[in-house]
Ligand binder design. Structure first.
Ligand SMILES: NC(=O)c1ccc[n+]([C@@H]2O[C@H](COP(=O)([O-])OP(=O)(O)OC[C@H]3O[C@@H](n4cnc5c(N)ncnc54)[C@H](O)[C@@H]3O)[C@@H](O)[C@H]2O)c1
Length: 293
């Protein structure tokens, strides 16, 4: 289907180049397919080689073999990431859309699972940093505009109890992506913008989709998430806060405001889940939503 005028964007555009990490599954795979449908050339990277080959084959059906690069990559290894960048620039000489998306969801609680803490930070934080440090200097030299999307999480903002290590890694992604956006804004001649993708609940490998179970009603598909994200990038949004079928944007807004209020108003940490504050939060949410409705 031909894009409408409002969908035409200088970066999300036929002939430009997209690089997507974590492209063997879930959001990354959906991004590869959706960007291929728009006519971008697609470089897919992932540590899961079988899944990656499958994505590459599906993308090739849309854009043709010559417009796909399949590059097995462990984002936590800088050498792999440098190799990925070199292959993309050798083949196509530019990057328009960089989706820094690979992530893992292992468990690590506050005083247990140290191995998992290291693994999670190696992928979710240093993977993102490796990609950013390797690609941004090259992308800055391009005259044409480009975008970098780092994938964070609502868990990095509202910090729900249950997986301290994952939450901390995604809080770091929020922080470092905000820093990147600011630094790019202050760089003369920069035509590169940064964006923080904050998915809602998405039915992917990370949330059980590979078990063969049916998608729960409350979750979005990876495709819905990607289409929403692309639309937000077209609108120039930095925070791409995605809803899902269970949580609408207004609920996220109120949860985020309450979380910030813990610091500003001196409430206990994670007061939303604190016995004495839980009822106050529920009331705040109810009042907030009734004012909006
Ligand atoms: N699914 C959700 O509900 C949800 C919500 C918020 C954020 N996210 C984030 O979205 C991103 C994509 O995850 P998804 O939900 O599509 O899950 P997924 O498991 O389907 O996809 C993640 C991909 O990353 C790859 N990967 C893992 N470690 C890697 C490494 N070291 N190098 C390269 N690739 C690696 C995996 O092999 C996998 O293909 C992640 O950053 C995740 O934290 C997902």
């Amino acid at each position: 289907m031909a894009p409408t005028d409002s969908q035409v964007h200088p970066v999300i555009h036929e002939g430009r180049v997209a690089v997507i990490t974590g492209a063997a599954s879930g959001i990354g795979r959906a991004a590869a397919l959706e960007l291929a449908k728009i006519g971008l050339k697609i470089a897919v990277a992932d540590v899961n080689e079988d899944g990656l080959l499958q994505t590459g084959a599906e993308v090739a059906k849309i854009v043709g073999e010559a417009n796909v690069l399949v590059v097995p990559t462990n984002v936590s290894k800088l050498d792999d990431v440098v190799r990925l960048r070199d292959k993309v620039y050798e083949a196509w000489g530019e990057v328009g859309v960089l989706m820094n998306n690979a992530g893992i969801g292992l468990n690590g609680t506050s005083w247990d699972g140290l191995d998992n803490w290291h693994k999670i930070f190696d992928v979710n934080v240093f993977g993102i940093v490796n990609v950013q440090q390797t690609f941004v200097p090259s992308m800055l030299h391009q005259e044409n505009p480009a975008v970098i999307l780092n994938t964070g999480s609502k868990q990095g903002i509202t910090n729900p109890p249950g997986n301290a290590a994952y939450n901390a890694s995604k809080a770091a992604v929020k922080s470092l992506t905000e820093g990147l956006a600011h630094e790019l804004r202050g760089t003369p001649e920069s035509n590169l913008t940064a964006h923080l993708l904050i998915p809602g609940w998405v039915w992917t490998g990370m949330t059980g989709a590979n078990s063969g179970a049916e998608k729960p009603q409350g979750a979005w598909t990876p495709q819905e998430t990607v289409l929403y994200a692309l639309d937000q990038v077209r609108q120039g949004k930095f925070y791409i806060l995605c809803p899902d079928n269970e949580t609408r944007r207004e609920v996220d807004q109120l949860r985020i405001m309450w979380t910030a209020g813990d610091v500003a108003e001196g409430r206990p940490a994670l007061s939303r889940w604190h016995r004495d504050y839980k009822p106050l939060f529920e009331e705040y949410l109810k009042d907030g939503l009734s004012q909006l409705d």
